[in-house]
Design a protein. Structure first.
Length: 422
């Protein structure tokens, strides 16, 4: 996510998303109103606005320090953090991988709230010690201290993507040995808390003058609920990519001819039909001899040989070894097919069975189809063909990014994925 870079620390680019400036204005106004009520008639209007602005800046700095707490702990755990973008009351970190153990994930997650708790306690202690100072200054310290305590408390709620959700996930992961079980527990917790927030928001509507607060609570709860559902869907996709094999998604999309047949027989297959051209698909014709697979040719061959010679030349003269085709074993998990398709310029992979014989092909549409079925989604044929023509995943589903997330979070061993993409 793009933002305005404000500083760079230890190689970490710190950016503020433009939307935060809207929050700055709103929070400045709210803080100004509160201070004006607390010191009614004692402060000039401009002073109230200045104090409101200072509190808003303190909020931004508190969020930044919390995210830096996460980032420095991540660096200590061997995770490279390239940047942070502050968005609303949180931040989005750009990292090269996720922590590989539950306890490392726990330490990174808890570092942020600890920063806010420490800052909050520090400001409240200063306010207590300096209670004899200017009351406006003391009130400012108290407000900043409370803001930090509230930031910590809210972020410790046990629901993803809050720090409390990550902590809950890490604890379940540690005690069960399953990262997925931890994720499920945190998602379930997020749904429960989201529904509670929506319920509280509904009750708040009955309080006179609290309509805006009630609406905010309902919106926050709804966003939390939908986010947890999205996380559940991603987990279903990850499970499918791990558990399902290539054989379950592969389709037989190649023709078979004997190598002793002429090029004319190849032309009779109609491989250069308008449908094939529209689909932008290179047709593979596998060649056999005496019951053995001996190579392959493509539809491009007919364009290189004048049609008057098609009767005279045999396919055997133009065959290429099957090893030239990008391939994958039918017992491989689907995520390997995703990685391999990303690493080549071809639209599909040739699938070999356990005996080393070709048994089908697989492309991005095949992968997306079987994964979407796990989500209960069936796509119309014309949409699938359009995606196949453009060599993309239908509906814009990014299986590549999901697999990258599985690699970075340790659900897939990085050494395995590197072997696949070589």
């Amino acid at each position: 996510m793009e933002g305005i870079e404000v500083i760079k620390l230890k190689g970490i680019s710190l950016k503020v998303h433009p939307s935060w400036f809207f929050i700055l204005i709103i929070f400045t106004r709210l803080s100004q109103i509160q201070f004006s009520r607390t010191f009614e008639g004692q402060l000039p209007i401009w002073q109230g606005w200045c104090i409101g602005f200072l509190i808003s800046i303190a909020l931004l700095i508190s969020v930044v320090l919390r995210e830096l707490g996460h980032s420095f702990m991540a660096l200590n755990e061997g995770v490279k953090v390239s940047g942070i973008t502050v968005v609303s009351f949180g931040g989005i970190k750009r990292v090269d991988k996720q922590c590989s153990t539950a306890m490392a994930t726990l330490r990174v997650a808890i570092a942020g709230p600890l920063v806010n708790i420490s800052l909050g306690m520090l400001f409240l202690i200063f306010a207590r010690v300096g209670s004899s100072f200017n009351p406006v200054f003391v009130e400012l310290l108290i407000r900043i201290g409370i803001i930090n305590i509230l930031l910590a408390v809210v972020n410790l709620l046990p629901g993803l993507p809050l720090d409390g959700g990550v902590i809950l996930k890490s604890l379940v992961w540690h005690f069960t040995g399953s990262q997925r079980k931890g994720h499920k527990a945190a998602n379930a917790s997020a749904r429960v808390f989201s529904l509670i927030v929506i319920f509280i928001g509904g009750l708040t509507f009955t309080v006179k003058g609290a309509g805006f607060l009630a609406l905010c609570l309902i919106i926050m709860g709804w966003f939390g609920f939908t986010a947890s559902r999205s996380q559940d869907q991603i987990m279903i996709v990850q499970q499918a990519l791990s558990d399902l094999s290539v054989s379950e998604a592969a389709r037989k999309r190649f023709r078979v001819l004997d190598q002793d047949q002429s090029l004319k027989r190849l032309s009779e297959l109609g491989l250069n039909s308008s449908n094939s051209k529209e689909n932008n698909l290179e047709e593979w014709v596998l060649l056999c001899s005496s019951g053995r697979w001996v190579g392959y040719v493509t539809s491009e061959l007919l364009m290189d040989v004048p049609s008057e010679y098609w009767d005279q030349y045999l396919l055997a003269n133009y065959k290429k070894p099957l090893s030239e085709l990008p391939s994958i074993n039918d017992c491989s998990p689907l995520w390997k097919a995703v990685l391999k398709l990303d690493s080549i310029n071809k639209q599909r992979l040739l699938v070999f069975n356990a005996a080393g014989l070709p048994c089908g092909t697989i492309d991005k549409v095949d992968l997306a189809q079987i994964v979407l079925k796990k989500l209960g989604i069936e796509l119309p044929q014309n949409l699938l063909e359009m995606a196949r023509k453009n060599n993309i995943y239908p509906l814009g589903i990014s299986l590549s990014k999901i697999v990258e997330g599985m690699v970075s979070s340790g659900l897939i061993q990085r050494t395995q994925s590197q072997r696949v993409t070589k």
